[in-house]
Design a binder for this molecule. Sequence first.
Ligand SMILES: Nc1ncnc2c1ncn2[C@@H]1O[C@H](COP(=O)(O)OP(=O)(O)OP(=O)(O)O)[C@@H](O)[C@H]1O
Ligand SMILES: [Mg+2]
Length: 356
Amino acid sequence: MRAVTLVVRGFRNLADAEFAVPEAGVALVGPNGHGKTNLIEALAYPVLLRSLRGARDRDLVRFGGPGFHVGLDRDQGPSIRITYVAEAARKTVLIDGAEQRTITEALGHWLAVAFLPADISIVQGGALERRKWLDRLLSLADPHYLSGLLRYRAALAQRNAALRAGDAAAAAAFEPALASYGAAVTAARLAWAEAAASGWQAELDALGETGEVGLRYRGDDALIDPAAWPDRLAASRRRDLQQGQTHVGPQRDDLVLTLDGRALRAYGSTGQQRAAAIALRLLELETIRRERSAEPALLVDDVFAALDGDRQARLACRLMRGQAQRVVAAPRAASLPTELDLPRWSVDHGVVREDG
Ligand SMILES: Nc1ncnc2c1ncn2[C@@H]1O[C@H](COP(=O)(O)OP(=O)(O)OP(=O)(O)O)[C@@H](O)[C@H]1O
Ligand SMILES: [Mg+2]
């Protein structure tokens, strides 16, 4: 699926505009701080109806402005219109003109995968970073995963609140929900990791890495079965009550990434960690493409400058493969590999122009 028209109003430093986005995509070039990432953020906003940088909605409103609007028309699928009013802290989402009642039914209509400099933290950071990434990707690939995950989180929060209040009976009341949704979340993550491991190696080989990589889900495998939960929860209850939190379940799991048998997080070079993170994004792309039978757009923000020439060329070829629309931002045209043959837009003080 491709963006045909993007409308932005009141969004960060971007001048209000309506863009006709070329079918192949664009390369955005402009000095630091002029609005390239803001434009990528606007284009990514309709995916999950939130900022890809984790900013709050009110931070997206142009300084001093009343709110923002992002509109997206595509080659396939309904149009999306999002309006956020700062004073009321209210967000309205129209899909083909129909107002959506909940955020969960409004998201996932537009599919895009973002490659960001901060992605290295998926590899370098703690388990929470990897779980967040995995949950986002599985949620986009399968709306049932998202609804199960939200129910699991709600049951977990309620059980933890009861534990903190020292109320074992109240805590136990949330355990059936914990078991059924927690088993589904664990099973989906485990199945994904098992299926994805060889693809990750292949993506890294293609990016020019020479080592043998490993991707493994680390959790309690028995918890894919709801029937295994009652014993596990009973065994952990005393400790759970003492510490006011649940020590059983996928909120404690991790995705273990290795290079030649050693943890990439601890032993990988910065370049190896960056390549590993890019390959994870490529897995995200392949998973969403397969599960949703649609081609997500690729939003690539400033990832080329950190790579050596060979890896730049390999990544550019990978991104140009296939039919996806690509929006690639860089502060200097010179840091974009020649393989990346895309129409160029310049970004200057929030004003975006077609070059030439
Ligand atoms: N809510 C806002 N309202 C107005 N301006 C904002 C808002 N939020 C951020 N900005 C400004 O937007 C400018 C452009 O930010 P952006 O991150 O898009 O730059 P960039 O072109 O990607 O730069 P770099 O090459 O350094 O990554 C920043 O200078 C910032 O001050
Ligand atoms: Mg930027």
